[in-house]
Design a binder for this molecule. Structure first.
Ligand code: XMP
Length: 317
């Protein structure tokens, strides 16, 4: 029977013992896992935990600044590194989903590595790896089946000769949330939907441009804010919008338009391995579709994804 308070007490003691006065670097993502790992480590070693939060230019709208402020408010020793332009220029012209993931993984490591070299005498790399990540990173490395290369686990270059510390490695997601709650982390942060490491890049089908990122960020914000204001956000396991690589014909006044199509996706799931599409109320879908088309320039059509996993996946790429 899992008791979060006991876990925190034991883990903080273990981390103190293990890390002593060593410096530790950790990459924050804005997600639940890395945040809980950071707060736990912060309790154990305070300012010797150096957090790095990288903007890859593919986060949700305003997320980089908002989450960075939130981390600072929690007392974490955190540095925000805005590398959006670098990621987007490396991604320019690339359409293949796995290539996008590889580029983002590589550039992230380069940025992170540069930043950790600025911390004198750092000894450890902390990660928010949780138990399902451990299992999945083993299974996707099978000989034929690289289904999607999740870049959060492994893949660090040898030249980053840091020892690894993963305080959440034995925990399931709900246990991580309970640990987070017992550490006093904002319930809203703990209740956030999962968000993929490659961010919006895999929700912009085809090649990525700054304009497309901006359109999708705007659309996504209307959708997510709508879910929150209708009290639906917590009933959904994960939601997001996908920018499709097609234009469709529409009318505006007397004019014919030829603009982008958006797919909305909302799923129920426990672990992301299987998922069902959520029966969002028609009234909500009607409102959000109108809001998207009226507020976001360049979009004239919204569709709703009614596919379950399997055989579809949650993301479209
Ligand atoms: P799929 O699309 O495989 O997604 O049904 C299952 C869950 O994994 C997330 N996902 C990713 N997360 N890096 C990540 O960190 C990735 O490359 C990636 N691909 C998918 C997805 O958002 C869903 O929660």
């Amino acid at each position: 029977n899992f008791t979060p308070n006991a876990f925190v007490e034991e883990m903080v003691a273990e981390l103190k013992e293990k890390l002593q006065d060593d410096k530790v670097v950790l990459g924050l993502s804005g997600g639940v896992d890395s945040t809980v790992a950071a707060v736990l480590l912060h309790q154990a070693i305070g300012k010797n935990l150096y957090c790095i939060f990288v903007n890859n230019g593919l986060l949700r709208k305003n997320e980089f600044q908002n989450v960075l402020d939130q981390y600072k408010g929690m007392g974490l020793n955190v540095k925000g590194v805005d590398s959006g332009d670098r990621f987007l220029s490396e991604l320019a012209g690339v359409s293949d989903p796995e290539t996008k993931r590889k580029i983002i993984g590589r550039v992230f490591i380069e940025v992170f590595d540069d930043e950790s070299h600025l911390i004198e005498n750092v000894k450890w790399l902390a990660q928010g790896t949780i138990y399902p990540d451990v299992i999945e990173s083993v299974s996707v490395k099978g000989p034929s089946a690289t289904i999607k290369s999740h870049h959060n686990v492994g893949g660090l270059p040898d030249y980053m000769k840091l020892k690894i510390v993963e305080p959440l490695r034995m925990l399931f997601k709900d246990e991580v949330r309970r640990v987070g709650a017992s550490l006093g982390i904002d319930p809203e942060l703990l209740g956030r939907h999962p968000f993929p490491g490659p961010g919006l890049s895999i929700r912009i089908l085809g090649d990525i441009t700054p304009e497309k990122v901006q359109i999708l960020q705007d659309v996504d914000k209307v959708f997510i804010d709508g879910l929150k204001s209708w009290g639906l956000y917590d009933k959904v396991w994960q939601a997001g919008a996908i920018l499709l690589p097609v234009n469709s014909v529409g009318v505006m006044g007397d004019e014919r338009t030829y603009e982008k199509v958006i797919a909305l996706r909302a799923v129920e799931s426990t672990d992301g391995m299987t998922a069902d599409w959520v029966h969002l109320p028609y009234d909500f879908l009607m409102k959000v579709s109108n809001d998207i088309i009226n507020k976001v320039k360049g979009v004239n059509r919204v569709v709703y994804d009614i596919s379950s996993k399997p055989p579809a996946t949650i993301e479209w790429e």
